[in-house]
Design a protein around this ligand. Structure first.
Ligand code: SF4
Length: 763
């Protein structure tokens, strides 16, 4: 199909909306509406959670967006934010349940009764035959906190299975485990506004400009005030280009680097002995260990000049106030938790935490990456961020839920382990919500085998994802603008998403579906008699009371009044806790824990056969598995396909077909030649499906503690390719034409012409 927008009445709004203000849009409606309503809400995408207004026509259609002057984003939105509304009335939306009797048949529309009855009978059949734990839930963190709470309760109370986990397992769990171990609580330590008071900011493994674009204003605000910026990343990202020091280290060497920096600080007497003595334990072991990480030894491991390590040590060590941030770049490793702890060691050793301008934060990827990991959809956790193996927590939650404690299952399998267990025949049935593991999990071939081995698979989504397409039953659910509920952003600030419009005819909210399944299953059905998100939230508040993530004092009204409340917030008179650790850490003795972490190499070392390192990540126009953004015209036009980013020294030119080969598979991408990546490293963005999925290539080794996959490094080789692998259109129901094809991507194999901060070495 040729490039160029086709004008059809059923098309979703596209790039034309922004170029032809006042003219007819792609979908044939006007960009101006008389008597429009503005509904205050937040973006559905990343962990920044920008405030926005949705523009709603008198007939209820959501037709546009305006940025809100909210504390978080101050009138700014990124390309995903300004187009998010286009999902709501998108022609690809699912509007009826789909089902098939066998996987050889196509999915066909069925009634809600038929679909729900089938799910219930499959749950009963599988659990009667193989035991309760043979049926699993794989959930998501782009949903509101109410939904994530409810699905955790459903798994434990209605299904009685231990096996529930969520897609934050691919995202935040290394940060969560590191925070819990060091501080006794899993939340970013400071509000981002603290950045305006700091002198040094260190950002490790985060392409902020593309993954969290609106957060960039905080870094630039700090810089305007004179703060120094240090970035640590194998790629010189857009943010890195504005840094005072950029450390382009080898992927998989972060722990060595941070140990090396602490070596310099300790050697030069820049540690804060008073803070260490008063507020921490276990420093001596770390001190002894980092003394072996000389800049020379560390520089060799990291593939950087020792002088860079000295420079970072000096700038951080001499700072009056400093803050550190990190994201998936250091967390997506088999040593992900260890990497996090080495950053925390640096923060603790210099006393840079617990005061304005002194602090530490993890940057959550998903919109509700923080809230979605607090209230029970993690395999090892109960509401309030309580440990599932803590007898006191179990007794409390069992009481809130009105069940006997003995009925509460224990810890289950983590996300990737669940699908591997399906491949091994241990998990027989699965309900998936709000995720697309066929694109997002590592070593995609093995994930396909896992899903194919399931006796029964049901998927809930509002678009037909690559994973839903293979399911036995697909249930259509509401988009974010059609329901209300809370999320917690990367700062730990609880915000409220408001309903802007009624659900499309035929779709249901996820929470209604869960309650209805519980009713039909009949196990503790009375515990799921919820009529609204507010009722679920009110129970969640009680369930979280007294736990680390205490929401008891948070109400919808208080969130609306304040623009957001930071937990913990134990009662309605409590103002919330924007800055943690001012007086104490969350251990009984009030002290933080140092942990000595020796650097260990990645799961796959390079060698003669695979001499390069492959790293994967995101790009500004797309979100996670791309099931939402690969359907939005403006975003597809901005970034229609994946590419491989290579250094000029490798001899390729822009647009060359380059075959990337790993032990798991091979894909041929167009080359984007940049000077901003290490010559021994290549980068591929991961938002697209097979056969171009980056996860055809990635390794599926997991961090032993957090069980996060090592997305950020595996061994690969490059070869000149012949034909660039074709990028598939997103799946749609039988009989529909994928909307994104209107832009005709397949005859244009160039890498992105607008490099979005990456730059190209070749004009
Ligand atoms: S920065 Fe994140 S929350 Fe803000 S508009 Fe962009 S995707 Fe949405």
């Amino acid at each position: 199909m040729k490039r160029g927008r086709k004008k059809q009445p059923q098309e979703a709004p596209g790039i034309g909306d922004f170029r032809q203000v006042g003219a007819d849009t792609a979908a044939g409606w006007s960009t101006h509406e008389k008597d429009e309503r503005l509904v205050a809400t937040h973006c559905c995408f990343c962990g920044v959670q920008c405030g926005m207004y949705l523009r709603v026509a008198p007939d209820g259609r959501v037709f546009g967006v305006e940025p809100r002057d909210h504390d978080i984003n101050k009138l700014k939105l990124c390309p995903k934010g300004v187009t998010a509304y286009q999902q709501v009335n998108h022609p690809d939306r699912l509007t009826h349940p789909l089902m098939r009797e066998s996987r050889d048949e196509p999915l066909r529309p069925v009634s809600w009764d038929e679909a729900l009855d089938r799910i219930v009978s499959e749950i009963n059949r599988i659990q009667d035959s193989y035991g309760r734990d043979a049926f699993a839930i794989y959930s998501g963190s782009s949903m509101t906190t109410e939904k994530t709470y409810l699905i955790g309760k459903f798994a434990r109370v209605a299904l009685g299975t231990a096996n529930i986990d969520y897609n934050g397992r691919l995202c935040m769990v290394s940060a969560a485990a590191g925070n819990k171990k060091a501080f006794g609580i899993d939340r970013a330590a400071n509000p981002w506004s603290d950045m305006f008071e700091t002198d040094v900011i260190l950002v490790a493994g985060s392409n902020v400009g593309e993954c969290f674009p609106v957060m960039t204003q905080y870094f630039w605000g700090a810089r305007d005030r004179g703060a120094k910026l240090i970035t640590v990343d194998p790629r010189e990202t857009a943010l890195a280009r504005t840094a005072d020091i950029h450390v382009g280290l080898r992927p998989g060497t972060d722990a060595a680097f941070f140990n090396g920096v602490l070596h310099v600080i300790e050697r030069d007497g820049l540690i804060d002995e008073g803070f260490i003595a008063e507020r921490t334990v276990d420093w001596e072991e770390v001190r002894t260990m980092v003394r072996t990480y000389t800049p020379e030894k560390t520089g060799e491991v990291c593939g950087i000049e020792p002088a860079l390590i000295e420079a970072v040590g000096r700038v951080w060590g001499e700072a009056d106030k400093a803050m550190a941030f990190h994201a998936r770049g250091i967390e997506h490793h088999i040593q992900g938790v260890g990497n996090v702890l080495t950053v925390i060691n640096l923060v603790l050793a210099t006393g840079q935490i617990g005061a304005p301008g002194k602090g530490y934060g993890t940057i959550t990827g998903q919109g509700n990456g923080q809230g979605g990991r607090e209230h029970g959809q993690k395999c090892d956790q109960l509401p309030g961020a309580r440990a599932i193996d803590d007898p006191e927590a179990r007794a409390y939650i069992a009481k809130v839920w009105g069940i006997d404690e003995s009925e509460l299952p224990g810890k289950g399998m983590s996300a990737v382990e669940l699908i591997h267990a399906a491949e091994a025949g241990e998990i027989k049935g699965l309900i998936g919500l709000c995720n697309n593991p066929l694109v997002s999990m590592p070593n995609a071939d093995r994930i396909r085998r896992g899903y194919d081995a399931l006796d029964f698979h049901c998927q809930l989504d509002f678009f037909l994802s690559e994973t839903a397409e293979r399911a036995d039953v697909v249930l259509p659910v509401t988009a974010w603008a059609e329901d209300e509920g809370v999320t917690a952003n990367a700062e730990g600030r609880i915000v409220k998403h408001n309903k802007a419009t009624e659900p499309l005819p035929g779709v249901r909210t996820d929470w209604w579906i869960v309650c209805e399944l519980a009713r039909r299953l009949g196990r503790h059905a009375d515990k799921f008699a919820f009529d609204s998100p507010r009722e679920i939230f009110d129970e969640l508040r009680v369930a979280s009371k007294g736990g680390p993530a205490d929401y008891h004092g948070v109400t919808y009204e208080r969130i609306e009044e304040t623009g957001g409340i930071f937990w913990p917030c134990p009662d309605e008179d409590h103002p919330g806790t924007p800055r943690l650790f001012e007086d104490r850490f969350y251990y009984p003795d009030g002290k933080a824990r140092f942990t000595a972490v020796e650097w260990a190499p990645p799961a796959e070392e390079v060698g003669d056969e695979f001499p390069m390192r492959l790293t994967t990540g995101r790009t500004v126009a797309h979100y996670l598995s791309g099931n939402q953004t690969r359907r939005i015209g403006a975003l597809v036009q901005q970034t229609p396909r994946p590419w491989v980013e290579v250094h000029p020294s490798l001899g390729f030119v822009n647009g060359d077909a380059v075959r990337v080969v790993t032990r798991r598979g091979e894909v041929t991408y167009p080359a984007l030649v940049v000077t901003t990546i290490r010559p021994d490293t290549v980068f591929v963005p991961y938002h697209w499906a097979s056969p171009v999925a980056a996860n055809e290539l990635t390794v599926d080794d997991l961090d032993p503690t957090s069980k996060i996959p090592e997305f950020k490094v595996c061994a690969c080789r490059l070869e000149p390719g012949v034909e660039i692998t074709e990028t598939p259109s997103p799946p749609v129901e039988a009989g529909k034409t994928p909307y994104s094809d209107a832009f005709g991507r397949d005859d244009d194999t160039r890498p992105p012409s607008v490099p979005q901060g990456r730059g190209t070495a070749q004009g």
